[in-house]
Design a protein around this ligand. Structure first.
Ligand SMILES: CC(C)(COP(=O)(O)OP(=O)(O)OC[C@H]1O[C@@H](n2cnc3c(N)ncnc32)[C@H](O)[C@@H]1OP(=O)(O)O)[C@@H](O)C(=O)NCCC(=O)NCCS
Length: 187
């Protein structure tokens, strides 16, 4: 098993069980760490909510309104990146990006490979990619910046978890003229 060489592929219908399990693991991670970088369901995700979430995502992918890349290591899914159309009528060219990699496999370059695959698939459908990131999520901010994402606003204290306030940073990438070459440390 080569940890640095995950298989990157598109979402499949059979991925539901593994991805649902991961959503539950992310919820538990959030319970331990209020700075955990993705919004979850607030309460423990219910099976019906997970089925609804996955069905909508898979349907959007079939319709060309979502582009989902999945990373597998040793035959197990370890991360997912999705770029989805919003519901704003005048924003059909804007895709919203979300990404997660299971804790054990972070900082091994999987996030970068997932974003690259989802961006490449979404070319021609979206021109602007946006994402909201917690200001404390240094790893996601560093990753997005490597792809050329730029910050365009900061919403102070927009997230409140218990007594912890977190600012929300909005970032965007213009891929209308192509996907920028990923930045290496010596660029
Ligand atoms: C954000 C996330 C998807 C990144 O996935 P990943 O597989 O770890 O990403 P990569 O390994 O490709 O890149 C991570 C980068 O962050 C950098 N990084 C890690 N911790 C950092 C820190 N504290 N400060 C600055 N950079 C940091 C790493 O060095 C790496 O950059 P490099 O490749 O240039 O060295 C992953 O951390 C995750 O799933 N987090 C929980 C969910 C989440 O926050 N999702 C994002 C919501 S916007």
């Amino acid at each position: 098993m080569n940890l640095n060489n995950p298989k990157i592929r598109r979402l499949e219908w059979d991925d539901f069980a593994e991805l649902a399990e991961q959503e539950l693991a992310y919820h538990m991670e959030l319970e331990r760490n209020p700075h955990f970088g993705i919004g979850t369901y607030g309460s423990k995700p219910e099976p019906t909510g997970l089925v609804d979430w996955f069905t909508k995502l898979y349907t959007a992918a079939l319709c060309g309104d979502a582009f989902v890349s999945v990373a597998e290591v040793g035959g197990k899914i370890v991360g997912m990146c999705h770029i989805e159309a919003g519901h704003f009528a005048e924003g059909p060219h804007v895709g919203e990006l979300g990404i997660s990699v299971v804790k054990k496999h972070r900082n091994a370059g999987i996030g970068a490979r997932l974003i690259k695959a989802a961006l490449e698939d979404s070319r021609g459908r979206f021109e602007i990619i946006s994402s909201s990131v917690f200001s404390t999520n240094k790893s996601a901010i560093a990753l997005y910046k490597r792809f050329g994402f730029k910050e365009y606003s900061v919403a102070p204290k927009f997230v409140k978890r218990g007594h912890v306030y977190i600012s929300s940073v909005s970032m965007y990438l213009d891929i209308g003229r192509g996907i920028p070459r990923i930045k290496k440390d010596n660029d």
